[in-house]
Design a protein around this ligand. Structure first.
Ligand code: FAD
Ligand code: SF4
Ligand code: SF4
Length: 473
C-alpha cells in the first residue's frame, strides 16, 4: 500500500478495466482476447486494497493465496517481493489469473465489493505472474530441501496433478507424473482455447514446476499401460488426478451422424492437434457454416467461440434454460455475444436430422418456457406445446458435460467409487486404498481449475504426512 495515500484516496479509486482485442478482429483469430494491465494500472488497482486484517478474500481462494500481502508489495512497487509471495502460494498463478472464476471466489469475499466493485484480484494475479515469468532470472530458483528418498506417482498432468507434484517436490519427495496424452496441462491445454489461455503460458508455468525436479512420462495410460497396483508396488504413495473427460451423451436420435462432435473431441482436435488452424496439422475438422453448440457452460462457450473463429457464418448456443441459469462465466457470455454468437435460449434439442447421406443437416428443436423450480432450485424448463422447428446445422457440438472415465478405476477394484463413478475420498484426498490419494475432477466431477488445484495442494500435505509419519492415510 502506498505510504502516502490516505484511506479516503484509496476508496475513491475506481476499479480498473482490462483492454480487450476488438471483437470483429478477434472473432477471426485465436489471439488472446484480454490484453492484461500496464504496471501503472496494476499498481493503482493494488492501492484499492484496504488491507483488511481479517483477510476474507483469502478464505475465498481454494489454494489460500496471501492476497493482501502480494497486493501490498505490488502497490509499493516491489514486484519481485509480490511475485515471491504469489508463486509460493500458487503453482499456476498466470493460469489462474486468466481462467479462475474470481467473481465467485476471492473477489466475491472482497470487502470493497460490499459498497462498490471488488479489488480486481484476478487481473492483478495475472499481472504479477506474467511479470514473474518475464523476470525469472531475477527471482532465482526456490531452494529445495534434501531428498527424502520417498517416491510419489501422480496420475494425470492437469492442474490437480501439477499442483500436487510441485508441492511434493518442494517437500523433497521424488515425483513422477504419468500422463495419457502426448503433452502436459490436461484441460488447460486440450480444452481451454488459446484466445483465453495461450499455450505459451501453460508451457512456462509447467516448465517452472518441472524445474523442481518433477519427471513427466507422457503417453502412459494408467489402467492400460500400467495399473494402479503396479504403481503402488513401485512407489511409496499415489495421487490420482485423471480428470473427468468422458462425454455424456445427448441420448437423442442422430448422435452418430457425421458432423456431430463431443465438446472434448472438437476442442482437442483444434487446440491440441491444430486442426483447422495449423496448415501442417494432419487432424481434420469439419468447418461448418451453421454450427449449433448444445449447452450453457464454459465448455459450450469455448466451442462456439472456436467455431466462429474457424469461419462459421452462424455459431449458435442452444440451451434449454434461460440465460440467467447459464453456468458459464458472465465474461464468457459477454465475449461470445460481442463476437457474433447467437444465443438460442429456452430451446431443447430433440433430434439431429441427417441429409440422407450420413451427414448432419438440421437440429430439430423444441421451444421451452420456464416452469416451477426443480430440485436444484432453478426454474424447470417445460416444452411449449406444438413449438418444434428445424434449425440448419451442419456441425453439432455436444457440450452438455462430462463424467469420470472408468478406464482407470475398472482396473482398481479396491478403489471405492460413488454412484457416478467418481473416486470417493476424505477431505484430505485419502481414498479407500492406503497410500492412494485422489483429487480434482475425478473426485468432484466437472469442476474448476482452482478447486482441482486446491485438492492437489491439500492431498500433497496429506501424502507428506503419510510418508513422514505425521498423519494417517
Ligand atoms: P484434467 O485437467 O482433466 O487433467 C487430467 C489429466 O489426466 C489429463 O491430462 C488427462 O489426459 C489425464 N488422464 C486421464 N486419464 C488418464 C489415465 N488413465 N492415465 C494417465 N493420465 C490420464 N475451469 C475454470 O476454473 N475456468 C475455466 O475457464 C474453465 N474452462 C473450461 C473449459 C473447458 C473446455 C473444460 C472442458 C473445462 C473448463 N474448466 C474451467 C474446468 C477445469 O478445466 C477442470 O475442472 C480442471 O482442468 C480439472 O483438473 P484436473 O487436474 O482434475 O483434470
Ligand atoms: Fe482468486 Fe483464483 Fe487467484 Fe485464488 S487463485 S486468488 S481464487 S484468482
Ligand atoms: Fe484487500 Fe479486498 Fe482482501 Fe480486503 S478483502 S484485504 S480489500 S482484497
Amino acid at each position: 500500500m502506498s505510504a502516502t495515500m490516505t484511506m479516503k484516496e484509496r476508496l475513491a479509486i475506481g476499479r480498473v478495466r482490462m483492454t480487450e482485442l476488438d471483437a470483429v478482429v478477434r472473432s477471426r483469430n485465436f489471439e488472446e482476447v484480454n490484453r492484461g494491465l500496464s504496471r501503472e494500472e496494476a499498481e493503482c488497482e493494488a492501492n484499492r486494497c484496504i488491507q483488511c486484517t481479517h483477510r476474507p478474500c483469502v478464505d475465498g481462494c481454494p489454494v489460500g493465496v496471501s492476497i493482501p500481502e502480494f497486493l501490498e508489495r505490488l502497490a509499493a512497487g516491489d514486484l519481485a517481493g509480490s511475485a515471491r509471495i504469489l508463486t509460493g502460494d500458487n503453482a499456476l498463478p498466470a493460469v489462474c489469473g486468466r481462467v479462475c472464476p474470481q467473481e465467485t471466489q476471492c473477489e466475491a469475499r472482497c470487502v470493497r465489493g460490499v459498497k462498490g466493485e471488488p479489488v480486481a484480484i484476478g487481473y492483478l494475479e495475472r499481472f504479477v505472474a506474467d511479470w514473474a515469468m518475464a523476470h525469472a532470472d531475477e527471482l532465482g530458483r526456490p531452494q529445495l530441501p534434501a531428498s527424502t528418498g520417498r517416491r510419489v506417482a501422480v496420475v494425470g498432468c492437469g492442474p490437480a496433478g501439477l499442483t500436487a507434484a510441485g508441492e511434493l517436490a518442494r517437500r523433497g519427495h521424488g515425483v513422477t507424473i504419468f500422463e495419457a496424452l502426448h503433452d502436459t496441462g490436461g484441460v488447460l491445454r486440450y480444452g481451454i482455447p488459446e484466445f483465453r489461455l495461450p499455450k505459451e503460458i501453460i508451457d512456462r508455468e509447467v516448465a517452472r514446476l518441472l524445474e523442481l525436479g518433477v519427471a513427466v512420462e507422457c503417453n502412459v495410460v494408467i489402467g492400460k499401460t500400467l495399473t494402479i497396483a503396479q504403481l503402488k508396488s513401485a512407489f511409496d504413495a499415489l495421487f490420482v488426478a485423471n480428470g473427468a473427460g468422458l462425454p455424456m451423451m445427448l441420448n437423442i436420435p442422430g448422435e452418430n451422424l457425421k458432423g456431430v462432435y463431443s465438446a472434448n473431441e472438437y476442442l482437442t482436435r483444434v487446440n491440441l492437434m491444430g486442426a483447422g488452424r495449423d496448415s501442417q496439422s494432419t487432424t481434420p475438422i469439419l468447418l461448418g457454416r451453421n454450427v449449433a453448440v448444445i449447452g450453457g457452460g464454459n465448455t459450450a462457450m469455448d466451442c462456439v467461440r472456436t467455431a466462429r473463429r474457424l469461419g462459421a457464418e452462424r455459431a449458435m448456443i442452444v440451451y434449454r434454460r434461460s440465460e440467467a441459469e447459464m453456468p458459464a462465466r458472465v465474461e464468457e457470455i459477454k465475449h461470445a455475444k460481442e463476437e457474433g454468437v447467437e444465443f438460442l435460449v429456452l430451446n431443447a434439442p430433440l433430434e439431429i436430422v441427417g441429409d440422407g447421406e450420413g451427414w448432419a443437416s438440421f437440429l430439430r428443436c423444441q421451444r421451452m418456457e420456464l416452469g416451477p423450480p426443480d430440485d436444484s432450485g432453478r426454474r424447470r424448463p417445460v416444452p411449449v406445446e406444438g413449438a418444434e422447428y428445424d434449425l440448419p446445422a451442419d456441425v453439432v457440438v455436444n457440450a452438455v458435460g462430462t463424467r469420470a472415465n472408468p478406464l482407470l478405476t475398472a482396473t482398481a477394484p479396491d478403489l471405492d467409487l460413488n454412484r457416478w463413478g467418481n473416486i470417493e475420498s476424505d477431505e484430505r484426498g485419502a481414498t479407500s486404498i492406503p497410500g492412494v490419494y485422489a483429487g480434482g475432477d475425478i473426485v468432484r466431477g466437472g469442476s474448476t481449475v482452482i478447486l482441482a488445484m486446491g485438492d492437489g495442494k491439500r492431498a500433497a500435505a496429506a501424502i507428506h504426512d503419510y510418508l513422514t509419519g505425521g498423519g494417517a492415510a
